[in-house]
Design a protein around this ligand. Structure first.
Ligand SMILES: [Zn+2]
Length: 205
């Protein structure tokens, strides 16, 4: 398929991850003296650890209340999904959809694609590599907007409840939710997509 395929690996070259200088593989960069790596160091154990931690954190993030509404002296906690149902009942469909997509669909899809990429790498599923590489690009693209997840939930819930003489307090789920979003973001950075293409290239060997 690629009879004259040249990569940094089969040419024993390295692109310094710090200053970008292309050079013969050695221990340190000949220009900036940073440690030289052909791939991000410890990429796989780091990504597995971060992705599993994020997945575990999504449980309390979705099962605990994300907002506590204090009204007429009584306190009421709402989970994310209860918030979505609340807005659907009050015919606030746009708000319901924004919260559902930003705080449930997108975080789960991002993690799902990350786990798919890790499994494709682990099981050497060569045929799936082009598709999973595209999916990872999509995850990194939406990652730029992913901190919106946290703010959307907070602002939208607060906005509507403020109109009802209620005070809204952040609840226990806020911390695991924010942590899950941040860990997922770091995991998309620690995963080195070139590890997939290394397997892809190996198919004729
Ligand atoms: Zn360098």
């Amino acid at each position: 398929m690629f009879p004259s395929l040249e990569t940094d690996r089969n040419r024993a070259k390295a692109l310094c991850l710090t200053c970008g200088r292309l050079q013969t593989l050695g221990e340190y960069c000949s220009r900036c003296e940073a440690p030289l790596h052909q791939r991000k160091p410890h990429s796989l154990p780091l990504t597995w650890g971060l992705a599993i931690s994020a997945l575990i954190l999504l449980l309390p993030a979705n099962l605990l209340p994300i907002m506590i509404i204090e009204k007429f002296g009584s306190k009421d906690g709402d989970t994310i999904i209860e918030g979505v149902i609340y807005f659907l009942r009050h015919k606030e469909y746009f708000v319901a959809i924004v919260i559902f997509v930003a705080s449930i669909v997108i975080p789960f899809i991002k993690l799902l694609i990350l786990f798919a990429a890790l499994l494709v790498q682990r099981l050497k599923l060569r045929a799936l590599i082009p598709a999973i590489a595209k999916a990872l690009r999509f995850v990194r693209f939406i990652g730029k907007y992913s901190m919106l997840d946290v703010f959307v939930v907070g602002l939208m819930v607060a906005m509507v409840h403020f109109g009802q003489m209620a005070s809204v307090l952040p609840a226990p789920a806020v911390v695991p939710f924010a942590a899950a979003v941040i860990l997922t973001m770091i995991a998309t950075e620690t995963f080195d997509t070139r590890l997939l293409w290394d397997i892809y290239d190996d198919k004729h060997h």
